[in-house]
Design a protein around this ligand. Structure first.
Ligand SMILES: [Zn+2]
Length: 308
C-alpha cells in the first residue's frame, strides 16, 4: 500500500509517496508562500499531493492515507494546526480540508515528531521502540517515540524538549522563559557563545572570521584555535547535560541527534557520550542509551509524515 506524506515548511511544501518499504517513489514541491489566507495554502498542499500522485502514476484512492508534518503546535486528535507563527497559521483545520478533497484518512503531527518517527521506521533507529530524537538547529526540537509511537502528551503539546531549564535565570529564550536548554544547546546559542569568545579573545581565529556559523567555528578548531575548541567543548557539555536529563527521565534505548551540526560526527558525539556516561543516574552502571546521529536527510519529513 502507498502512503502520502507532506512536509510543510516555512519555505517549501514537499509532498511525496512512500511504498511498503518506506521508500520514496515520487516527490513534488511548491513554495509555501507563508502568511497567505490558510485556505489558499492548504489548497497548495493538495496540489503538491496531486503532483506527487501524478508522477507516481497513482490516484488518491490507491493510497492508504495522507500524513502532514507541520511546524508549530499541532493538535493531532483534532487534526488542527493550533499555531504556527512562521506560517501565520492559527486554528487551521488542515486534516478535515484535505480529507474533503481526497477522501482518505489524513493525519497531522509536529515536524519534529515526524522526523523522530521517520528514523524509527526507516532510519538510524529502525527496529527500536523507545527513542528520543533531538534536533539541534535554530532552536532545539524534540520528538519522543515510546513503544514505536509518537508520544506528544495532552493536546499534543509535549515533547518541547528544548524548553526545559538548564540554567535558572539564565539566557533569555524565544519561549519567554530564561535559561532553557535551547538557549544553550541550539546552533543559535553556539554562535552566540562563539561571538562572545571572539570579543573576549581578539587574538583568536574566531575573531577573524567574516561570519561565525556552524561551519566556520569548526574550521577554526581544525586550524588549531584553542578558543574555538573551548567554545565547542563547552557547547557539547550543554547539549550533553540536557541529554543526561532525558536519560534520567525516560531511559530511552537510543537518542538520535539531528541538524546540520551532526555532520561533525564523532568530534561532537564522542564527548557527549562520555559526559552522559559520567553524569547520568548510576553513572556507567546506569541505563546509558546508544547516542548517534540521525540517518535520514531532507526526506525524513515526508517519510515521517507518511508514517503517521
Ligand atoms: Zn524556552
Amino acid at each position: 500500500m502507498y502512503r502520502v506524506g507532506i512536509d510543510l515548511g516555512g519555505t517549501n511544501i514537499a509532498a511525496g509517496i512512500i511504498d511498503d518499504n518506506y521508500q520514496l517513489i515520487s516527490q513534488a514541491s511548491l513554495p509555501t508562500g507563508a502568511f497567505r489566507p490558510w485556505q489558499e495554502m492548504v489548497n497548495d498542499l493538495g496540489d503538491a499531493v496531486d503532483m506527487a500522485l501524478q508522477k507516481a502514476g497513482l490516484t488518491a484512492a490507491e493510497c492508504a492515507s495522507i500524513g502532514i508534518g507541520s511546524p508549530g503546535t499541532c493538535d493531532s486528535e483534532r487534526g488542527v494546526v493550533v499555531r504556527a507563527y512562521n506560517l501565520g497559521w492559527f486554528e487551521v483545520p488542515v486534516c478535515e480540508t484535505l480529507h474533503d478533497r481526497f477522501g482518505i484518512p489524513v493525519r497531522l503531527s509536529n515536524d519534529a515528531n515526524c522526523a523522530a518517527l521517520a528514523e524509527v521506521v526507516a532510519g538510524a533507529a529502525k527496529g527500536r521502540k523507545d527513542v528520543v530524537m533531538v534536533t539541534l538547529g535554530t532552536g532545539v526540537g524534540g520528538g519522543i517515540i515510546i513503544d514505536g509511537k509518537i508520544y506528544a502528551g495532552m493536546r499534543s503539546a509535549g515533547a518541547e524538549l528544548g524548553h526545559t531549564v538548564l540554567v535558572m535565570d539564565g539566557e533569555p529564550c524565544s519561549c519567554g522563559r530564561n535559561g532553557c536548554w535551547e538557549a544553550y544547546a541550539s546552533m543559535t546559542a553556539l554562535i552566540r557563545q562563539a561571538t562572545r569568545a571572539a570579543e573576549a579573545h581578539p587574538d583568536s581565529l574566531l575573531a577573524r572570521q567574516e561570519t561565525l556559523d556552524g561551519v566556520s567555528i569548526f574550521r577554526c578548531i581544525d586550524q588549531g584555535d584553542e578558543t574555538a575548541k573551548a567554545v565547542v567543548d563547552r557547547w557539547c557539555e550543554y547539549v550533553a547535560a540536557g541529554l543526561t536529563d532525558l536519560v534520567n527521565a525516560l531511559a530511552p534505548e537510543m537518542i538520535l541527534l539531528g541538524g546540520g551540526v551532526c555532520r561533525q560526527g564523532e568530534r561532537i558525539l564522542a564527548p557527549m557520550r562520555e559526559y552522559v556516561a559520567d553524569h547520568c543516574f548510576g553513572q556507567r552502571q546506569g541505563a546509558i542509551p546508544v547516542i548517534a546521529a540521525a540517518a535520514l536527510g531532507n526526506e525524513a519529513g515526508i517519510i515521517g509524515a507518511a508514517s503517521l
